[in-house]
Design a protein around this ligand. Structure first.
Ligand SMILES: NC(=O)C1=CN([C@@H]2O[C@H](COP(=O)(O)OP(=O)(O)OC[C@H]3O[C@@H](n4cnc5c(N)ncnc54)[C@H](OP(=O)(O)O)[C@@H]3O)[C@@H](O)[C@H]2O)C=CC1
Ligand SMILES: O=C(O)C1=N[C@H](C(=O)O)C[C@H](O)C1
Length: 238
């Protein structure tokens, strides 16, 4: 498979080494100093693009790929407000698009556990639920995309919570997401239910970025040749 890498930072570089080891070819690498090379002609050499840049540039990068008819896997976080428009564009143009707040197999299993735990806790109002995420200090967005996904899953299953807030909750219906920045943390997420009697806590700890990168390559292999919006759950068969 021929891959265009949009973004060549920590994730872009790790994705390159995993993709090349699996026999894929990197035909384009776009970083902050060669954005003029991000053209229709150059992108057209790829079967699929993988985009890991920043909250500020993700929508423009994804839009270019969709406009130019190249399926795109995006892992950039912090641009949820523009995601519905990108998904609409992918459907309208019939071009493959897969965004995930987290590509690791472990976190995608954790998402399923989180949903099931929230369903079980829905009837047990004595428990207060809080989320916490810990990442490295270079991270630009807070809360993490993964924490937002976890929060949305809790809100969908626990009707006593109505909205998430980044910081301490001021009202019973708010779900607190506490963000901490500590080097070199690749990403740890906690979901905790506490009562006077006991606590139940689930934790996912990434030891490095390999899981995110290998999941993104799996997603690209899945998306090549497909049209419209797809999800990591489909890739993993959940
Ligand atoms: N979904 C997932 O599983 C994961 C998502 N992420 C997310 O992916 C994104 C990237 O993470 P990471 O690689 O660790 O971050 P890095 O900062 O290491 O890399 C991002 C790279 O993109 C470059 N860049 C910024 N703007 C553009 C642009 N317009 N065009 C091309 N390149 C650009 C940056 O250049 P410069 O540094 O010069 O600005 C930098 O080299 C973040 O949003 C992060 O939250 C991270 C890990 C896993
Ligand atoms: O910026 C990161 O590093 C990470 N970002 C993603 C997020 O915001 O959830 C995924 C992972 O936690 C690492």
């Amino acid at each position: 498979m021929r891959i265009a890498l949009i973004g060549y930072g920590k994730m872009g570089q790790m994705i390159e080494s995993i993709a090349v080891a699996k026999g894929h070819e990197i035909v384009l690498k776009i970083h902050i100093d060669n954005t003029e090379d991000f053209t229709r002609e150059n992108l057209g050499k790829a079967d699929v693009a993988i985009e890991f840049t920043s909250p500020h540039s993700a929508f423009a990068n994804v839009s270019k790929c969709l406009e130019w008819g190249v399926p795109v896997v995006s892992g950039s976080t912090g641009w949820n407000a523009q995601l519905p428009e990108a998904k609409q564009m992918a459907e309208a143009k019939g071009v493959g698009f897969l965004h995930a707040s987290n590509f690791s197999v472990g976190v995608n299993v954790f998402f399923e556990v989180n949903k099931q735990l929230a369903r079980l806790m829905a009837a047990h109002e004595d428990y207060e639920v809080t989320l916490r995420e810990v990442h490295h200090t270079a991270k630009l967005d807070a809360p993490s995309g993964t924490a937002v996904t976890l929060a949305e899953q809790v809100l969908a299953n626990l009707t006593r919570k109505k909205e998430w807030v980044n910081g301490e909750a001021n009202a019973a219906e708010q779900l607190a997401i506490i963000s901490e920045r500590v080097d070199p943390a690749p990403g740890t997420h906690y979901v905790k239910y506490s009562s006077d009697i006991d606590d139940i806590e689930i934790i996912h700890t990434a030891h490095n970025r390999k899981g995110f990168a290998s999941g993104a390559v799996l997603a690209a292999e899945f998306l090549a040749g497909k049209k419209g919006v797809h999800t990591m759950s489909e890739v993993l068969g959940f």
